[in-house]
Design a protein around this ligand. Structure first.
Ligand code: ADP
Ligand code: MG
Length: 328
């Protein structure tokens, strides 16, 4: 009996010898967790993907001295980028800034810096300070020409775009390596490629009112990205008021419009990252209208635990959070 089992096992090993196995890795980059599950014959692709995220971070970070974006913000004048990705991302950011009427603004770095959210010493800037910083900010000041750019005195901040772009770069890696099935998360941005054991990937959307491990809902995705922007993600409380990291480009203050999170699903990772932020800024009514007009699949969650979805948002949506009401 023992011999027979061994023979069967050996056979199975032979059959699956070079087949794709689930390879997993968890790392930290872009100030968040990077987690990967990849079906591949070896784990080499994990290291390649992780490296891709870190290389991008080294160009796109606004806090790492020497990065393209750091130099753009601090050297003044026209800067020659060392990575071709930087101009590519910035160009896309400007496109979406215009398309969203400035709700997504990649040049709010000075304002974000004043709040210091996510850093060790967050604070509430004065109204006067915010007005001054806002006047020196805004995507209209950015000029890009080939691999050179000038921020016009504003500071670029790609915190709402880099993670989505990283997913697109990983998608290219996976395609190149012939990997058909994978699930990659860079913070609140997730890419589901192919399937898991023959079925679509089931991806959880975080419950804004619960811990990081609790889901509001699950969706089933194949070859799609999903990004969620939530006020719960980064913030601080002072004198009983909660201040979070998604800023209203018109006022310089954290957005307060009754929303707690927005999720966007699309093939394009960068689009999902940018649009989850942009629709959050627009608010439920204007955001819903904009999303429908631009064919963007989005889900809005309000402070009152009401859930609203665009017409195209299906993806086998299954509510698991408690106390929520689906309104549309
Ligand atoms: P997260 O970084 O948690 O994934 P988002 O994708 O929503 O969240 O991006 C928020 C980040 O983008 C902020 O931390 C800040 O760096 C930047 N940001 C804040 N407000 C805006 C805005 N209106 N437009 C573009 N970027 C913004
Ligand atoms: Mg975003």
């Amino acid at each position: 009996m023992k011999k027979k089992c061994f023979a069967l096992l050996a056979c199975a090993l032979l059959l699956t010898g070079c087949a794709a196995q689930a390879q997993t890795q968890e790392g930290f980059a872009m100030a968040t967790i990077v987690s990967q599950t990849v079906y591949a014959p070896s784990g080499d692709i994990l290291a390649r993907n992780y490296d891709t995220v870190r290389v991008l971070e080294n160009s796109l970070s606004k806090t790492l001295p020497g990065s393209d974006i750091y130099r753009l913000n601090h050297e003044g004048g026209t800067v020659v980028f060392s990575s071709a990705d930087t101009a590519r991302v910035l160009e896309s950011c400007l496109f979406y800034a215009e398309q969203t009427g400035g709700a997504y603004d990649p040049a709010l770095g000075r304002v974000a810096e004043a709040w210091g959210i996510g850093g060790d010493n967050p604070r509430v800037p004065s109204e006067e300070e915010l007005q001054k910083l806002l006047a020196a900010s805004g995507y209209e000041k950015l000029r890009i020409d080939g691999d050179t750019a000038n921020a016009g005195g504003a500071w670029a901040d790609l915190g709402g775009a880099a993670k989505g772009y990283a997913l697109d770069a990983i998608k290219a890696n996976l395609a190149e390596e012939g990997v058909t099935d994978a699930l990659i998360a860079v913070g609140g941005s997730v890419y589901a490629r192919g399937k898991k054991a023959g079925a679509a990937w089931k991806v959880g959307i975080r419950d804004p009112f619960s811990g990081a491990a609790d889901y509001l809902a699950t969706v089933e995705l194949t070859d799609l990205c999903i990004s969620t922007s939530g006020s719960y993600e980064r913030g601080f409380t002072q004198d009983g008021t909660y201040y979070h990291h998604i800023l209203d480009p018109k006022t310089g203050y954290p957005v307060q419009n009754g929303l707690v999170s927005v999720s966007v699903i699309n093939e394009n990772g960068l689009l999902t990252d940018i649009y989850s932020t942009a629709l959050f800024v627009m608010g439920l009514e204007a955001g819903m209208k904009h999303a429908e007009e631009h064919g963007i699949d989005a889900l809005f969650v309000t402070e009152e635990k009401k859930i609203y979805r665009t017409d195209g948002f299906d993806y086998a949506f299954t509510l698991v959070g408690e106390g929520y009401r689906i309104e549309g």
